[in-house]
Write a protein that binds this ligand. Structure first.
Ligand code: Q0Z
Length: 284
């Protein structure tokens, strides 16, 4: 039974903080206000987060239109209840690779470097540490594991999976999107340490940039003014949440604590600040 406000679309995928619906030949990607930290979703939403991240992604797609075509059909032709936080997209045949570019050492990239001196088969110079800036950005693809954690892939493995030409296309596009994004962001006070992109194919084989782009959910955003290599960096967007969860000594097991109003409000303001700094616009 559908209420007056309901869309009746088929849910095709539900992620931690987003949903994907089918609408005829299109898909509609909907960002919620949910926030995930330490791999869990908090019971407290951050009001407006879904709208900010959706509008930021749309802005980047526009900026990057000369690097690669994208899946966006319309930011406005979506059910009214999702206005501002949903995108109507071309439905693509998604590539089974998470395309990651890294410009700084953190997370899985750091772990891999410590073990082997390399990431995804790319040898790095000795002496780097947590938070170090890399001599140049590196393409560090991973598998898309259905369950459990994504595993690093070498470029040869990507070639074997999707073919040489498509592998070359996604590597070039991933590095160019990262370079352009990180350079613009740094001029505006945000370091983008790494970013994860997803690509898909149109029926004619064209490689298209999909999913979300250069948002704080798909990338590590660090405040540039306090950046100092040699240890962990604070998160631009989620640091108030992390600090709060540390302060109450949460054991990282359910039940997941809710957030106090001042933490919600300060975090909401960080998402808005990221949007304003990067785009130079106020959110409509
Ligand atoms: C995106 C994802 C989300 C959960 C599949 N244009 C497209 N065509 C076909 N499939 C996708 C896209 Cl973007 C697609 N994801 C990631 C998004 C919720 C998972 F909103 N998975």
């Amino acid at each position: 039974m559908l209420g007056w406000e309901e869309h009746g679309l088929e849910l095709v995928h539900s992620g931690k903080v987003r949903e994907l619906y089918a609408d005829g030949d299109d898909i509609i990607m909907v960002a919620s206000d949910r926030v995930s930290v330490y791999d869990v979703v908090l019971p407290t939403p951050i009001p407006g987060k879904g709208r900010v991240l959706t509008q930021l992604s749309l802005w980047w797609f526009g900026q990057l239109g000369d690097v690669i075509p994208n899946h966006v059909i319309s930011a406005t032709d979506v059910p009214a209840e999702w206005a501002g936080r949903a995108i109507r997209c071309r439905r693509l045949e998604m590539l089974p690779v998470e395309c990651i570019a890294r410009g700084y050492l953190a997370g899985l990239g750091l772990a891999s470097y410590r073990e082997t001196g390399a990431i995804s088969g790319v040898r790095l110079p000795p002496g780097l540490g947590e938070g170090s800036r890399l001599p140049e950005p590196v393409f560090t693809p991973t598998t898309k594991a259905a369950a459990g954690h994504d595993e690093p892939m070498t470029f040869s493995e990507v070639e074997a999976l999707v073919g040489g030409p498509v592998a070359n296309s996604v590597r070039r596009a991933t590095l160019e999107v990262y370079r352009r994004g990180a350079e613009l962001a740094a001029r505006r006070g945000i370091l983008i340490a790494d970013t994860k992109l997803e690509f898909g194919l149109l029926p004619d084989g064209t490689v298209v940039l999909a999913d979300e782009v250069l948002t704080p959910d798909s990338s590590r955003f660090w405040p540039k003014d306090v950046y100092k290599a040699g240890g962990p960096q604070p998160s631009f967007d989620k640091q108030f949440v992390r600090d709060y969860l540390e302060s109450i000594q949460w054991n990282k097991k359910p039940p997941v604590p809710s957030l106090p109003v001042d933490v919600i409000e300060k975090t909401r303001e960080k998402y808005l600040e990221a949007f304003r700094r990067l785009t130079g616009k106020e959110l409509e």
